[in-house]
Ligand binder design. Structure first.
Ligand code: AMP
Ligand code: MG
Length: 394
């Protein structure tokens, strides 16, 4: 049995970055930028006003001074002339500062009569001018690799970058195994259950940039598993669910081996999720990476967060890194941990982390309620309420 960190290291060794494609700006959010985006212009492209008011010569801005208003500069419509001594230009936020002017006086600080303004008592120091290029300059870069967030999309738009080079989406083929499984919406027999983690994992993989090929449910027979594996051909990553422990009906490892899978590891020192498997499929399967998840609904989802999500990020060219942890105070004492890393479901409240009473790996209702998995390293000593513990946000 290997540690979570070793398992991740072996997974990252298998997860080589995929190729790239070009997408329009509007489809870039959530994708991984693979080539630097370069600004085509300065932003702002001109010195502009930060406020509504009057543009004039800074040295002349003293209490009681009066000016002739000679024109207007609005966003998108600059004033073409030059501001000379004793003159002011009506100006609005985002409008270009006219030549000659060196500050903006707030409109609240003047009284206007016809074409004249007089500066009142409450004069601030200004200048309320945003210099050209203070946000970024032509040639500045948003560097790759980078997972693009909505704020990045706004920045890329401002940089006038209408198309971006991003990672191609990893294609994940998902194989659920078990004679007992039926699909949601079907009519289950008395001994059957609905395939559930299948759909939770699909949502998780998609949230991490993957496209998902959900294959028909595989039965616990060699023939059915082989036929289903064949349908996974061409995918970048094959994820199996269930059939991975050592029971008589747990055939996934054996069938995958017969299909040429080179196993990297089997079994990880963690709770839940011990019977995790990974490797690379044979040449007929295109050498796809393979991850075998345990069938227990919670184990499968936890392994999805801990292993598959980081793999999907690495496949898209992000630096290999474990799922990012946050930290919060523990609200109840916890006993010392055993030899396996423990991912404990916990309610995440504004005050901190409240561990769930039961940690049974079949209870999806608890996972759905939990906002966090408290991460307890192997042999962690008992933890007291008030201690700050690392957790994986769900
Ligand atoms: P296995 O790893 O095949 O022994 O499965 C362990 C447990 O997880 C069994 O109770 C299965 O019925 C259940 N299970 C396996 N696959 C799924 C699935 N896709 N959705 C929900 N439960 C599953
Ligand atoms: Mg099974």
């Amino acid at each position: 049995m290997i540690s979570v960190d070793e398992a991740l290291a072996q997974l990252f060794a298998l997860a080589q970055p995929l190729g790239t494609e070009e997408v329009p700006l509007r489809e870039a959010a959530g994708r991984v930028l693979r080539e630097d985006a370069v600004a085509r212009r300065d932003q702002p492209p001109f010195a502009g006003s930060a406020m509504d008011g009057y543009a004039l010569i800074a040295e002349e801005a003293v209490v009681g001074a009066s000016f002739e208003v000679i024109g207007e500069s609005a966003a998108g419509h600059r004033f073409d002339g030059t501001v000379a001594a004793g003159q002011a230009v009506r100006i609005f936020t985002g409008a270009p500062i006219p030549d000659g002017a060196t500050r903006v006086v707030l409109q609240e600080d003047v009284t206007r009569e016809g074409d004249r303004i007089t500066l009142g008592e409450r004069l601030d120091t200004g200048p309320h001018i945003r210099a050209a290029g203070i946000d970024f300059r032509a040639g500045d870069r948003l560097t790759a690799p980078r997972l693009l967030r909505p704020a990045d999309v706004a920045l890329l738009a401002a940089m006038n970058a209408p198309r971006l080079t991003v990672s191609r989406r990893p294609e994940v083929a998902v194989i659920s195994t078990g004679d007992e499984l039926v699909l949601p919406g079907e009519d289950p027999g008395p001994d059957q259950i609905i395939a559930s983690n299948t759909f939770g994992l699909e949502a998780l993989f998609r949230a991490h940039g993957a496209t998902v090929r959900l294959l028909p449910l595989a039965r616990d027979s060699r023939a059915s598993l082989e036929a289903t594996f064949a349908l996974a051909s061409g995918a970048d990553l094959v994820v199996t669910i269930g059939g991975a422990s050592v029971g008589d009906h747990d055939l996934v490892g054996r069938v995958a081996a017969d299909l040429g899978m080179e196993q990297s590891f089997y079994k990880v020192a963690m709770r839940p999720g011990k019977p995790l498997m990974a490797g690379r499929m044979g040449a007929e399967m295109g050498g796809a990476m393979m991850i075998g998840l345990p069938g227990n609904p919670v184990s499968a989802m936890v392994c999805g967060h801990v292993f598959v999500a980081p793999v999907l990020r690495a496949l898209q060219g992000l630096p290999p890194a474990p799922a990012p942890l946050s930290r919060a105070p523990l609200l109840e004492d916890l006993p010392a941990n055993g030899p396996r890393a423990h991912y404990m479901r916990a309610l995440l409240t504004p005050e901190g982390l409240r561990p769930a009473g039961s940690q049974d790996s079949s209870l999806l209702s608890l996972l759905s309620e939990a906002g966090a998995l408290i991460m307890r390293p192997p042999e962690a000593p008992a933890a007291r309420a008030g201690e700050i513990l690392p957790y994986l946000p769900l």
